[in-house]
Write a protein that binds this ligand. Structure first.
Ligand code: PLP
Length: 390
């Protein structure tokens, strides 16, 4: 019998949102059902071969086998800076304003350790990527939800944040293109967010994990395209979705040297950096971010999205139309809760969706489809759901 109790921060975690789904999925599988998972945002397409080749060559070089630099290889950080300049027109000093991350989740999870004292507040989108709230709670911080509602284009209503809470806030998390809703954002909203954070001295943590996953000419923005952002923002980037590299664990943070340095101090004390060979593969990826081989991947997701949206329309399911991400945010078409609907779909059809409430209370009434299977399987999944709903 284990005799040592878990710490409160773990015991007080809310119930794992995917637990009920995992159970239903295991049961459906045991019954021999053909499971089609549209649940997890993990690209099914492979990493482009030129990136894998760069990693292979680098891994054969014994110089990559030693401890990496805490802040990342300078040549990797230079590649990230080149990308930021070319893609967004934002110049960064690679040596002091760019920090390699072991995936952007790592940076997001660690930034509250640098900035949140017990009792400090973080403004967190709801529904949202769950790490923002959990990482804040781990530091004894208080999460103030910013609901994302359809009538507000799935952006927070900044005017609805009570001044008292804004004054106590140290961090605000924002993420566009957005997981889970797929929403994109206007430059005007980003200007308002920057002005808000400047007024209340809040560090804006801009999660740009889906910056490249856009189609039909839509190009997501960086927060650093907004005037005045430098004083109050840090941006998290990821190679995971941009280059089908979720398993490789590589990203970066950029911003003023003080913010990047704050995060760097946490990291120096808890990890020893990303494998050099993976950073070298990252350089290859970033230097060819506009390559047709890479861009062809986004078009595949775009094509799937259009096909999915067309079927949903035929089925009478309301959804958010979007030019970015591989997520489709849909209204639950019955009077069930999100969790009950998703469980019933899984039990009866073998199709896995994610209930909106897995991303926070404000996700009630919605479910998320991840377009991470090929079009034929996706069409088959929606046909099964359509038969269930008739
Ligand atoms: N931010 C958002 C909104 C995400 O959806 C994810 C992954 O799904 C991440 C960050 C983390 O990505 P990674 O750690 O693979 O860079």
């Amino acid at each position: 019998m284990p005799r040592i109790e878990l710490a409160d921060r773990i015991r007080n975690l809310p119930p794992y949102p995917f637990a009920a789904i995992d159970q239903a999925r295991a049961k459906a599988k045991a019954e021999g059902k053909d499971i089609i998972s549209l649940g997890i945002g993990d690209p099914d397409l492979p990493t482009p071969a030129f990136i894998v080749e760069a990693a292979r060559e680098a891994a054969l070089d014994p110089r990559t086998h030693r401890y990496p630099d805490y802040t990342g290889r300078l040549d990797y950080r230079e590649a990230a800076a080149r990308y930021m300049k070319k893609r967004f027109g934002a110049a960064f000093d690679a040596a002091t304003e760019v920090l390699a991350l072991i995936g952007s989740k790592e940076g997001i999870a660690h930034i509250p350790l640098a900035y949140i004292n017990p009792g400090d507040v973080a403004l967190v989108p709801n529904p949202g990527y769950p790490v923002y709230a959990v990482a804040t709670n781990f530091c004894g911080g208080i999460v103030h939800d910013m609901p994302l509602r359809a009538e507000h284009n799935f952006t927070p209503d900044l005017a609805a944040i009570p001044t008292e809470w804004a004054r106590r806030s140290k961090l605000m998390f924002l993420n566009y293109p957005n997981n889970p809703t797929g929403a994109v954002v206007s430059a005007d909203f980003l200007r308002q967010a920057v002005a808000f954070c400047r007024e209340f001295d809040i560090l804006l943590v801009y999660d740009n994990a889906y910056s490249e996953l856009a189609f039909e000419g839509y190009r997501p923005m960086s927060i650093f395209e907004i005037e005045g952002a430098r004083d109050i923002a840090i941006e998290m980037h990821s190679l995971s979705k941009s280059f089908n590299m979720t398993g490789w664990r590589i990203g970066w943070a950029c911003g003023d040297a003080a913010y990047v340095g704050g995060l760097g101090q946490v990291k120096t004390n808890v990890d020893s950096g990303a494998f050099d060979a993976i950073q070298i593969a990252g350089i290859a990826a970033l230097d060819r971010h506009d390559d047709p081989v890479v861009r062809a991947n986004y078009e595949i997701y775009g094509h799937r999205r259009r096909a999915c949206e067309a079927r949903l329309r035929e089925m009478g399911i309301e959804f958010l139309k979007s030019p970015a991400t591989f997520y489709v945010w849909c209204r639950v078409p019955t009077d069930e809760t999100s969790a009950a609907f998703v469980s019933r779909v899984l039990e009866t059809t073998g199709v896995v969706f994610t209930p909106g409430t897995a991303f926070g209370r404000a996700g009630e009434g919605w479910f998320r489809i991840a377009l991470t299977v090929d079009e034929a399987r996706m069409t088959e999944a929606l046909a099964r759901v359509e038969r269930l709903l008739v």
